[in-house]
Design a protein around this ligand. Structure first.
Ligand code: ADE
Ligand code: ZN
Length: 339
């Protein structure tokens, strides 16, 4: 079996995926026409040509513009359904997806329009594709904590019955340390949400430590820069903290100069529970399996590393114990069959 098919056959979870980052150029063009939204591109190829970034902010500017094509509940459904088809074909059995409610409500789109469209597609994906899923709402760290609280209030009915399972933090990292959101995270924890935060993508190792110590996160999204602080690495390893690492995103945003120097293998060797994810696949040139294949080739990962990455993704998920065990047993069966 070739490498791609081999990795595809390994059951795995994707834990770091922004739905607004999964609007493929063709879908963006189609939705722009359907909703009469003005975007500065005349073709999908022009969008692809615009996907050249030197740092996070370059990407965020395009990402913010791209999500304006989403207007109706069916748009959110279509986007989510297309992503699920794609990631299921990559061998994902479970996903935990982010959406950025402030990017929609600020344009006058009700919170419920976005959330209901996404949730309907996730339910459809469970039925049709057998893929389990959870929804996490992210708040933008370059906005105020009060703005984050407003988003959290919109989410209240969805949090109450766990249609929204978690809270995360994303957008421009530098100058917006996690502690800025300490009260919001305390409220979310009190409401029973699971907690994640982007940290150590462009920001320093101290932001990773702050997310752990001040926000009490259950997972770190990215976490690359944690490696600058050996004592922090030991602490993360001892706690079994999951890192949702995004190789092609890191390459495209200049977080790493090339994939050969990507820290994923060093993370695994340091005992960190790293996972592989696609982040914003429509913008970074690859979905989940593309990320696995690219980083496996660049770092010469072995089958044992790949099995560890797949296991980490299930163990680091927010599934309940019985679902988690069921998915881990699926991995065990594939590994056993593989010899
Ligand atoms: N929003 C979408 N993708 C992101 C990333 N990689 N970092 C910060 N914010 C994001
Ligand atoms: Zn991200």
């Amino acid at each position: 079996m070739d490498l791609r098919s081999h990795i595809r056959a390994l059951p795995k979870a994707e834990l770091h995926l922004h739905l607004e980052g999964a609007i493929d150029p063709e879908l963006m063009m189609r939705l722009a026409v359907r909703n009469n939204v003005d975007i500065p591109f005349r073709s999908a190829d022009e969008i692809r040509a615009a996907c050249r970034f030197t740092r996070l902010q370059d990407f965020l500017d395009l990402y913010h513009q791209g999500m304006t094509v989403l207007r109706a509940e069916e748009d959110y459904f279509e986007l989510t359904a297309a992503y699920l088809e794609r990631v299921a074909a990559d061998g994902a059995v479970h996903v935990e997806v982010f959406f950025d409610p402030q990017g929609h409500t600020a344009r006058g789109i009700p919170f419920a329009t976005a959330a209901d469209g996404i949730l309907a597609a996730l339910a459809d994906g469970r039925e049709r594709l057998g893929i389990t899923s959870l929804l996490i709402m992210n708040v933008w760290r370059d906005l105020s904590e009060d703005d984050g609280f407003a988003a959290f209030r919109h989410a209240e009915p969805y949090v109450a019955d766990r249609r929204i399972a978690g809270l995360g933090l994303d957008s421009t990292e530098i100058d917006h340390p996690p502690a800025k959101f300490e009260r919001l995270y305390a409220a979310a924890r009190e409401a029973g949400l699971r907690l994640v935060a982007h940290a150590g993508e462009e920001g320093p190792a101290s932001y990773v430590a702050e997310a752990v110590d001040r926000l009490a996160v259950d997972r770190i999204d990215h976490g690359n820069r944690a490696l600058d602080d050996p004592a922090l690495v030991r602490r993360l390893a001892e706690r079994g903290m999951t890192l949702t690492v995004c190789p092609l995103s890191n390459l495209r945003l200049g977080v790493v100069p090339d994939l050969q120097r990507h820290p994923l293998k060093r993370m695994l060797d340091a005992g960190l529970k790293a996972t592989v994810n696609s982040d914003d696949p429509a913008y970074f040139g690859g979905y989940l399996l593309d990320n696995f294949v690219a980083v496996t080739e660049a770092l010469e990962l072995e089958w044992a590393d790949l099995v560890t990455l797949a296991r980490n993704s299930i163990e680091g998920s927010f599934l309940d114990d019985s679902a988690r065990t069921a998915h881990l047993e699926r991995i065990d069966r594939v590994v056993a069959a593989d010899g």
